[in-house]
Design a protein around this ligand. Sequence first.
Ligand code: CO
Length: 174
Amino acid sequence: MDIVLYPDPRLRAQNAPVTTFDAELEANTRAMFALMYATAGVGLAAPQVGWNVRLMVYNPEGSTPNPPSEMVLCNPKIVWKSKEKEDGEEGCLSFPEIHGQVTRPLQIRVQAQSLTGEALEIELEGWEGRIFQHELDHLDGILFIDRMSPASKGLAKAALEDMIQIYKDQLASS
Ligand code: CO
Protein backbone atom coordinates (compact mmCIF):
# COMPACT_ATOMS: atom_id res chain seq x y z
CA MET A 1 0.00 0.00 0.00
CA ASP A 2 1.37 3.41 -1.03
CA ILE A 3 0.12 7.00 -0.84
CA VAL A 4 -1.39 8.22 -4.10
CA LEU A 5 0.03 11.65 -4.96
CA TYR A 6 -1.62 14.56 -6.76
CA PRO A 7 -2.61 14.70 -9.64
CA ASP A 8 -3.27 10.94 -9.84
CA PRO A 9 -6.85 10.57 -11.17
CA ARG A 10 -7.73 8.11 -8.39
CA LEU A 11 -7.95 11.17 -6.10
CA ARG A 12 -10.81 12.49 -8.26
CA ALA A 13 -12.58 9.16 -8.90
CA GLN A 14 -15.98 8.06 -7.59
CA ASN A 15 -15.85 6.19 -4.29
CA ALA A 16 -18.21 3.28 -3.67
CA PRO A 17 -20.05 2.75 -0.38
CA VAL A 18 -18.60 0.18 2.01
CA THR A 19 -21.07 -2.73 2.09
CA THR A 20 -19.02 -5.63 3.51
CA PHE A 21 -17.72 -5.31 7.06
CA ASP A 22 -15.28 -8.19 7.27
CA ALA A 23 -11.74 -9.12 8.29
CA GLU A 24 -10.35 -7.81 4.99
CA LEU A 25 -11.85 -4.38 5.69
CA GLU A 26 -10.22 -4.35 9.11
CA ALA A 27 -6.86 -5.48 7.68
CA ASN A 28 -6.98 -2.69 5.09
CA THR A 29 -7.70 -0.06 7.74
CA ARG A 30 -4.80 -1.35 9.87
CA ALA A 31 -2.53 -0.98 6.85
CA MET A 32 -3.86 2.56 6.33
CA PHE A 33 -3.09 3.51 9.95
CA ALA A 34 0.41 2.05 9.62
CA LEU A 35 1.03 4.09 6.49
CA MET A 36 -0.46 7.22 8.10
CA TYR A 37 1.85 6.91 11.12
CA ALA A 38 4.87 6.14 8.93
CA THR A 39 4.25 9.35 6.97
CA ALA A 40 3.44 11.49 10.06
CA GLY A 41 -0.15 12.16 9.02
CA VAL A 42 -3.25 12.60 11.18
CA GLY A 43 -5.80 11.31 8.66
CA LEU A 44 -6.02 9.23 5.52
CA ALA A 45 -8.92 8.57 3.14
CA ALA A 46 -9.18 5.29 1.22
CA PRO A 47 -8.80 6.87 -2.26
CA GLN A 48 -5.40 8.18 -1.08
CA VAL A 49 -4.17 4.59 -1.10
CA GLY A 50 -5.85 3.85 -4.45
CA TRP A 51 -8.84 2.18 -2.80
CA ASN A 52 -11.94 3.96 -4.11
CA VAL A 53 -14.39 3.34 -1.26
CA ARG A 54 -16.08 5.67 1.25
CA LEU A 55 -13.83 5.03 4.23
CA MET A 56 -11.51 7.22 6.29
CA VAL A 57 -9.13 6.71 9.19
CA TYR A 58 -7.79 9.44 11.44
CA ASN A 59 -6.18 10.07 14.80
CA PRO A 60 -6.46 13.63 16.13
CA GLU A 61 -3.81 12.84 18.76
CA GLY A 62 -1.24 12.95 16.00
CA SER A 63 1.11 10.57 14.36
CA THR A 64 1.82 8.31 17.33
CA PRO A 65 -0.11 5.05 17.42
CA ASN A 66 -2.79 5.40 20.09
CA PRO A 67 -5.74 3.03 19.64
CA PRO A 68 -8.25 4.89 21.90
CA SER A 69 -8.07 7.99 19.71
CA GLU A 70 -8.06 6.14 16.39
CA MET A 71 -11.20 6.57 14.31
CA VAL A 72 -12.40 4.48 11.38
CA LEU A 73 -15.53 5.82 9.68
CA CYS A 74 -17.33 4.07 6.82
CA ASN A 75 -19.92 5.83 4.63
CA PRO A 76 -19.68 9.07 6.64
CA LYS A 77 -21.88 12.09 5.99
CA ILE A 78 -22.45 15.47 7.59
CA VAL A 79 -26.04 15.88 8.82
CA TRP A 80 -25.59 19.32 10.41
CA LYS A 81 -22.92 22.03 10.33
CA SER A 82 -22.55 25.27 12.28
CA LYS A 83 -22.86 28.62 10.56
CA GLU A 84 -19.72 29.63 12.43
CA LYS A 85 -16.58 28.91 10.47
CA GLU A 86 -12.90 28.84 11.32
CA ASP A 87 -9.72 29.30 9.29
CA GLY A 88 -6.95 26.77 9.81
CA GLU A 89 -3.74 25.44 8.32
CA GLU A 90 -4.00 22.10 6.53
CA GLY A 91 -1.67 19.69 4.86
CA CYS A 92 -2.38 16.46 2.97
CA LEU A 93 -0.36 13.26 2.52
CA SER A 94 -1.14 13.40 -1.22
CA PHE A 95 0.64 16.81 -1.33
CA PRO A 96 3.74 16.29 0.84
CA GLU A 97 5.26 19.75 0.34
CA ILE A 98 2.11 21.87 0.46
CA HIS A 99 0.23 23.57 3.30
CA GLY A 100 -2.44 26.22 3.20
CA GLN A 101 -5.33 27.99 4.90
CA VAL A 102 -8.79 26.46 4.55
CA THR A 103 -12.05 27.83 6.02
CA ARG A 104 -14.46 25.21 7.34
CA PRO A 105 -17.52 25.01 9.63
CA LEU A 106 -16.41 24.96 13.27
CA GLN A 107 -18.86 22.25 14.42
CA ILE A 108 -20.48 19.38 12.59
CA ARG A 109 -22.74 16.43 13.33
CA VAL A 110 -21.81 13.25 11.51
CA GLN A 111 -23.49 9.95 10.76
CA ALA A 112 -21.33 7.01 9.74
CA GLN A 113 -20.80 3.30 10.23
CA SER A 114 -18.08 1.71 12.32
CA LEU A 115 -15.65 -0.95 11.13
CA THR A 116 -18.28 -3.54 12.14
CA GLY A 117 -21.12 -1.73 10.36
CA GLU A 118 -22.69 -0.25 13.50
CA ALA A 119 -24.47 3.09 12.95
CA LEU A 120 -22.78 6.04 14.68
CA GLU A 121 -23.76 9.66 15.22
CA ILE A 122 -21.07 11.95 16.59
CA GLU A 123 -20.45 15.67 17.02
CA LEU A 124 -17.05 16.99 16.09
CA GLU A 125 -15.48 20.41 16.38
CA GLY A 126 -12.18 22.18 16.13
CA TRP A 127 -9.18 20.14 15.05
CA GLU A 128 -10.99 16.79 14.89
CA GLY A 129 -13.86 18.37 12.93
CA ARG A 130 -11.34 19.82 10.50
CA ILE A 131 -9.60 16.48 9.96
CA PHE A 132 -12.96 14.80 9.36
CA GLN A 133 -14.08 17.42 6.84
CA HIS A 134 -10.77 17.21 4.97
CA GLU A 135 -11.05 13.40 4.72
CA LEU A 136 -14.76 13.54 3.80
CA ASP A 137 -13.85 15.83 0.92
CA HIS A 138 -11.47 13.12 -0.36
CA LEU A 139 -14.43 10.70 -0.50
CA ASP A 140 -16.20 13.21 -2.78
CA GLY A 141 -13.12 13.73 -4.97
CA ILE A 142 -12.52 17.20 -3.48
CA LEU A 143 -8.95 18.17 -2.57
CA PHE A 144 -7.84 20.83 -0.09
CA ILE A 145 -6.32 22.88 -2.91
CA ASP A 146 -9.91 23.32 -4.16
CA ARG A 147 -10.83 25.07 -0.90
CA MET A 148 -7.55 26.83 -0.13
CA SER A 149 -7.48 30.60 0.32
CA PRO A 150 -6.33 32.45 -2.82
CA ALA A 151 -3.19 33.59 -0.95
CA SER A 152 -2.25 30.01 0.02
CA LYS A 153 -3.04 28.73 -3.46
CA GLY A 154 -0.77 31.38 -4.91
CA LEU A 155 2.06 30.30 -2.60
CA ALA A 156 1.50 26.65 -3.58
CA LYS A 157 1.33 27.28 -7.33
CA ALA A 158 4.93 26.39 -8.22
CA ALA A 159 4.91 23.24 -6.05
CA LEU A 160 1.64 22.11 -7.66
CA GLU A 161 3.07 22.63 -11.12
CA ASP A 162 6.12 20.58 -10.09
CA MET A 163 3.87 17.73 -8.91
CA ILE A 164 1.97 17.74 -12.22
CA GLN A 165 5.24 17.63 -14.15
CA ILE A 166 6.62 14.77 -12.02
CA TYR A 167 3.39 12.82 -12.59
CA LYS A 168 3.58 13.37 -16.36
CA ASP A 169 7.25 12.35 -16.43
CA GLN A 170 6.44 9.14 -14.53
CA LEU A 171 3.60 8.29 -16.94
CA ALA A 172 5.88 8.91 -19.90
CA SER A 173 8.64 6.64 -18.54
CA SER A 174 6.37 3.80 -17.41
CO1 CO B 1 -5.76 14.90 2.34
